[in-house]
Design a binder for this molecule. Sequence first.
Ligand SMILES: [Zn+2]
Length: 312
Amino acid sequence: MKLFEFEKHFPDEESCRERFRQQRIREGVVCPKCGCVHHYWKSDKQMFQCKECGCRQSLRAHTVMHGSKLPFRYWFVAMHLLTATKHSFSAAEIQRQLGHRRYQPIWELVHKLRSIMGKRDDKYTLRGNIEIDEGFFTTEIPADEKEQPLKRGAGSQAKTKVLVIAESTEVENPKKGRKPKSVGHIKMVVIPNQKASTIDAIASKVIDPASSLVSDDTKSHVNFKDMFTEHKSLVVDPKDIGKVLPWVHIAISNAKTQFADLYHGVKREFLQEYLNEFCYKFNRRYFGEDLFDRLLMIGASYRSDFEHRTYG
Ligand SMILES: [Zn+2]
């Protein structure tokens, strides 16, 4: 959404609150006690009341704003900033834009939005031709590991392992200078290690078993041939990685660049939230102006798992 449109539609707290109420009605308000989907709106109390059992719930209950005391307009401005450009904004920048004194509540707000982006994408199963590989993201070294000597390479305390999966179909006769494959949806999941059992558990959950996989030839991927219709396990010369696994590597490199530009260090325990946002926007790269509405839609229908966590 363009800035002028945002200002026109959401000039104040009341307009944001009313839009959120409309969105909740559209998504369907469900009674937490009896499951009834018919409610009255009690405007004097600003609550929904179940027509069956009389149970009341606030406008924010069971949504991304559950338990939040921040103004509705803060949430709307944050949703606008996160969806207005191809890139993104850090919580520190959003805090600055809002002119809010404290960092922690805004940081929580932004992470809650990232958390529901992940929840929404969890509903989607990747299928067809699939690239799969592991990436190593730079993260801050946890305090209890700072004493140990720094290990090099993939096992370094300053790296966090991420399983990266992309729907990727070969293009017939690609034009000169274009990619040999076209990309669909992607997923990125933080993993504690590269054991086959760790990777198999995620792959079986997020990839349709009828898919054809391509990956490099490592011990992490030995079971794919039994789990999926096809698995091409290739010994990849690093200079050919762009031909064999182009999209997982483009996704990894774009995400790394974006994180380095935007954030002053990423903590390992929060990396998944940043990946959620990156994938959510990548997977909706053609949505354009509709992205704000989509985020508002999931904001009204999902409660975040990101609660009671503190920064640093
Ligand atoms: Zn009820």
